[in-house]
Ligand binder design. Sequence first.
Ligand code: ATP
Ligand code: MG
Length: 692
Amino acid sequence: MENQLHARDRVGVQDFVLLEDFKSQEAFLENLRKRYQADLIYTYIGNVVISVNPYKNLKIYTSETIEQYRGVNLYELPPHVYAISDAAYHSMKEERIDQCVLISGESGSGKTEASKKILQYLAAISPYSSEVGRVKDKLLKSNPLLEAFGNAKTNKNDNSSRFGKYMDIQFDFKGSPIGGHIINYLLEKSRVVHQCKGEQNFHIFYQLLRGADESELERLQLTRDPANYRYLNQADISIIKNLTDKEGFQIVKEALKVIDFTSEEQNDLFAIVASILHVGNIDFKTNNGGVGLVDTKDVEIVTKLLGCPEDALEKAFRHRSVDVKGEKVKTLLTLEQAAYARDALSKGVYERLFSWLVSRLNTALKSKKYLGKTSLLGILDIYGFEIFDENGFEQFCINYCNEKLQQLFIELTLKSEQEEYMREGIEWEPVEYFNNKVICDLIEEKHKGIIAVLDDECLRPGDVSDMTFLSKLITSIGKHEHFVCHEMSDYEGRKEIGREEFRLKHYAGDVTYSVLGFIDKNNDPLYRDLKEAMSLSKNSIASSAFPQSEMACKKRPGTAATQFKTSLNNLMAILLSKQPSYVRCIKPNDFKRPADFDEKLINHQVKYLGLMENLRVRRAGFAYRRNHKVFLERYKALCPDTWPLWHGSPQDGVLKLCEHLGYKPDEYKMGRTKIFIRNPQTLFATEDQFQH
Ligand code: ATP
Ligand code: MG
């Protein structure tokens, strides 16, 4: 019986546009489930790949598979990230159009794995030479290095990226990679000093402790056991995997070697990682109305490891200098402030270390002088929409980022659809869709948006708190249709919103944010005396990460939200200048389990990835389009005039074929290079004839 079932009933359709009931989310899910159960984790919506994390190793990434996909038209083989990588690569190489692949999805859905598969595919199919080989090695090794410093075990993913990443690969005219450039976004630095239950700090800390040899540990004055360090022992130490950390460290070392880190750089790098662990162990006590160190040992080790001036750190933990009308005044720190300053230092140092690492990688990936025209292919692996039980400043930034990406998606998909119809000379009626620009504006608009209100409050002298920020927000944007707070008597759900919360109606759903911590996280203060101590360090990485010029500069650095806004807008400009492809990743269950398709969870993701809308837009025009030649090749056997050989132009051949198949005139349109078919049923019928 099973054999007699049509393939479509058994394993679903490989492109959602072929779904008969394309408006039904149930039908969508059913198709996804069928395919997932048959280990077919990829499905298209037109040129968008939907990927469902299999949580097991499938044999679909072998070198044979790579060979299979190389240079083959997108729809001729089963859907795969290789297929869109190949299409993007060829479009870049042959049509000289810069490309970008945008990967989105929630934590644990498979974004980073997808980005690695794409990079591996490109490295495998592009021409080889020894120089190019070196570039490929460096590009590939940048991943384990950044993952060691930027990824951590979370409750959602054992290898969760705690930063956003955009990587451009530069190709010469032959299509060989000759360089690359990485931009990082918003590292979750709070993890350095605090982790939630069941979670861990960044991998590198454990890797260093477990993997370094005795002499290196001695140099860094470290002991192997994570339990000895405050920043590591809040986590559940029993879950720490000894073996992989040890291996992980070797992988990091190997990557550092391939990327040509000098031994001095490597020493400086690990001296900083070690220093952070020592800083974390500093304890304070009250002392003569101020604070003192419980034990000077840790500060001494840090001072030595980083080559900071004697006493500079110790003093900086006791008092802070502030400018009062142009004069430097020292005030004593309280116990609470000292502990705050200690953690701020660790977070600040780690964040700058990470940025230094990215810029050091960029130096290594910078292409040699090349006179010909180069093309770019970018890969964006960035955090997906987050709705937790409690949402704070970080979720606000991440969800803002997703609004921007959705905006780009809308603009680019609709724009490119429209452009394709124009190019092909086909009439098209624009479709209605929800444009989320109104939400982007609500967040980022100059002088009026949420970020502007937050910045104003951060800069305002006097009694500023998270609650004064919230009340400013309510006064200035309380009436916005996408903003809700507890004061709104006419809003049904207002009882669910606390006094310290506001809710945004995002395109992907409602999210309630607690304002607690917004002011502090946005100001992101690191006391000047600590910065100064770092800038005087003999450690080359520390001193370049805390440049003297920054100390001299009187101007306040931009707030965290504004810096993020600027970097996002730069990213949008980069992406807008390129031809996009999309990978939308879905996480099948919360248990990292294979073959477990949790419908509720997936439904939710289908909704906030905007997949139904994506499908609707794709279907509003012509569901199916193929190059004349490809279409003719596939179906020519169905018409005596075109079989076995057709001597005229492919376009005329397709016309003949369509007449013979009895296509009605409004069902299809002939474009300049492609045939467009409005309704997938038309194609089903043809495909069925073909298979029988
Ligand atoms: P985060 O946002 O937390 O960084 P992510 O979307 O980048 O999450 P990944 O780290 O790519 O998620 O994937 C999580 C885990 O799922 C991987 O470590 C791997 O075990 C498994 N996984 C993801 N994609 C695949 C795949 N194609 N084949 C096999 N396993 C996969
Ligand atoms: Mg990731």
